[in-house]
Ligand binder design. Structure first.
Ligand code: TYM
Length: 339
């Protein structure tokens, strides 16, 4: 048994992932990474850089390689501790793709067709509606189920995929006998969906062509403040939380709440009688101050490629041990000859 297994038997297991498709955004940080670091003490955590999922959209190979290492450096900088958690790259654990195939054979065409991310991405890249994009949620289910994860900390946009993981797990368990735990989503009330600064009805996303729509985790203070100053709001000039009528201001309030701990009422009081520009500046400063220490650590990790690679190698070994055990169980259950 691995150290990870013996020491933490009583703890529930967590698995989550992030695509290395560029520098992470404030949305990634608030919706996912921030929680990953917090959960490490109480859970047995596996955190994965989903490089195979990134291939469902065209990538420049050299950039994907660089972004994968940068992603690892950023996760370490944001507080993922390799002494506590298993940090690894998806493609370094081939068992994920093995289980992916089995789960593809247990996912229905209709179920996969209903995924909103598939519909959105197909519309965005009509010249590349590939099979991987279609079966993307089966690979994600494999990521989760191969470790029998109990909890999956994600932002709101991943809930539909998570539901599919549960459907597929359930189907497999009923067909072949109980094998997979039912994973639950861990979605925080605050910050599960951070919106674009340019169009607050849309999710903040690093694939948005307008760079002013997102804050990147390595944007400098001036850039952060400038982007917040430009953020689209409304014309009534009152800092008040109303997600339906005032989505821009409400999004900024949500971000300010995350970094200051002040609730909506306190924020409304703080900015009563003041204009939006004071509020936007305060949000920008709170975000820049919170990201500054992470950026410092990020630079330090990025300069130490050898250390980052060692962490990933160690993570892949520990994850493979767990994943391979599940794989032989699954192969046996579905009737593949084992010699
Ligand atoms: P990805 O790389 O798109 O995003 C990583 C995490 O960031 C969250 N997120 C947000 N949260 C709040 N507001 C936003 N604007 C925002 N944008 C992104 C996402 O919800 C996610 O939690 N399919 C996954 C990666 C993955 C995965 C997995 C996740 C692969 N296998 C297994 C969990 C379990 C994805 O594309 O995330």
């Amino acid at each position: 048994m691995s150290a990870n297994e013996t020491n933490t038997e009583a703890k529930k297991r967590i698995l989550s992932g992030i695509q290395p498709t560029g520098t992470f955004t404030l949305g990634n940080y608030i919706g996912a990474i921030r929680n990953w670091a917090k959960l490490q003490d109480d859970f047995e955590c596996l955190y994965m850089i989903a490089d195979l999922h990134a291939l469902t959209v065209r990538q420049v190979p050299a950039e994907l390689r660089a972004h994968t290492r940068e992603a690892a450096a950023m996760l370490l900088a944001a507080g993922i501790n390799p002494a506590e958690s298993i940090l690894f790259v998806q493609s370094h654990v081939p068992a994920h793709t093995q289980l992916n195939w089995i789960l593809c054979c247990n996912s229905q065409f209709g179920e996969l067709s209903r995924m909103t991310q598939f519909k959105d991405k197909s519309a965005k890249h009509p010249d590349n509606v590939n099979g991987g994009l279609f079966t993307y949620p089966a690979l994600m289910a494999a990521d989760i189920l191969i470790y029998n994860a109990d909890l999956v900390p994600v932002g709101q946009d991943q809930t539909q995929h998570l539901e599919l993981s549960r459907t597929v797990a359930n189907r497999f368990n009923n067909l072949y006998s109980p094998t997979f735990h039912m994973p639950e989503g861990y979605i925080t009330k605050e910050g599960a969906k951070i919106m674009s600064l340019v169009d607050p009805t849309k999710k903040m996303s690093k694939s948005d062509p307008n760079v002013n729509s997102f804050i990147l985790m390595n944007d400098d203070k001036d850039t952060i403040i400038r982007k917040f100053k430009r953020a689209v709001t409304d014309s009534d000039g009152i800092v008040r939380y109303d997600a339906a009528e005032k989505p821009g201001i409400s999004n900024l309030m949500c971000i300010y709440n995350i970094f200051t701990g002040k609730d909506m009422e306190a924020i409304e009081k703080e900015f009563a009688g003041k204009g939006y520009s004071d509020f936007k500046l305060a949000v920008g400063e709170a975000v820049a101050d919170a990201l500054a220490p992470i950026q410092g650590e990020y630079a330090r990790y990025l300069a130490d490629k050898k250390y980052v690679d060692e962490v990933l190698k160690d993570g892949a070994e520990k994850a493979s041990y767990l994943a391979n055990r599940m794989m032989s169980k699954v192969y046996k259950k579905v009737g593949l000859l084992q010699i």
